[in-house]
Design a protein around this ligand. Sequence first.
Ligand SMILES: CC(C)(COP(=O)(O)OP(=O)(O)OC[C@H]1O[C@@H](n2cnc3c(N)ncnc32)[C@H](O)[C@@H]1OP(=O)(O)O)[C@@H](O)C(=O)NCCC(=O)NCCS
Length: 182
Amino acid sequence: MRLETERLILRPWEDRDRAPLAAILGDPQVRRYYPGTATPEEVNAQIDNAIARTAEFGFHLGAVEHKADGKLIGLLGLGRLSDLMVETIPGHPLVEIGWQLDKAYWGQGLAPEGARACLAYAWTELGLPEVIAYTAAINTPSQRVMEKIGMRRDPDDDFAHPKIAEGHPLRQHVVYRIRRPE
Ligand SMILES: CC(C)(COP(=O)(O)OP(=O)(O)OC[C@H]1O[C@@H](n2cnc3c(N)ncnc32)[C@H](O)[C@@H]1OP(=O)(O)O)[C@@H](O)C(=O)NCCC(=O)NCCS
């Protein structure tokens, strides 16, 4: 899967992405709403997993390249949810959309721009009926992206993340959904 928007190229992972992605996901500010930063080993495993899931399902969160400077600026895309999350999230959805960008590029509407292209691909090329997104209830920047691309939250779908301990500020999660336009 390779998509192009006005300012971005969304493409499959390449080996040259491993070090820059490790720098992005190793930044405490980028990972503010995660239980911790990612080590280079974890980032390598994440890229390997994305390549394997793309081979299995035909898509997964991929690399985001910024056209103006040619840099890798993060990850974004559609992903088949893990079995644990399918089981946990109300309604048992199958496909999510997600994003993590280098903080130097925040605030320019880049995540919504890339996400809109992925949703169009989900409807027209993959024929999916619905895409969801989930995040920690306190992650308001990510929820703003969800709202901007037309996703809506039903508080009845809120859930506690099974891998985050009770009482932890990141445990409570919200779900946003969007259905294929008629
Ligand atoms: C969430 C994220 C992808 C947003 O990307 P983006 O390209 O900056 O998106 P936007 O420009 O549309 O901004 C979305 C919101 O981010 C927040 N934001 C923007 N610039 C910001 C900055 N410099 N610092 C902190 N928050 C900022 C604002 O709340 C903004 O909403 P607004 O436009 O209504 O003011 C980005 O903040 C990110 O990568 N965060 C860290 C990883 C993460 O939490 N991913 C989501 C996991 S579910």
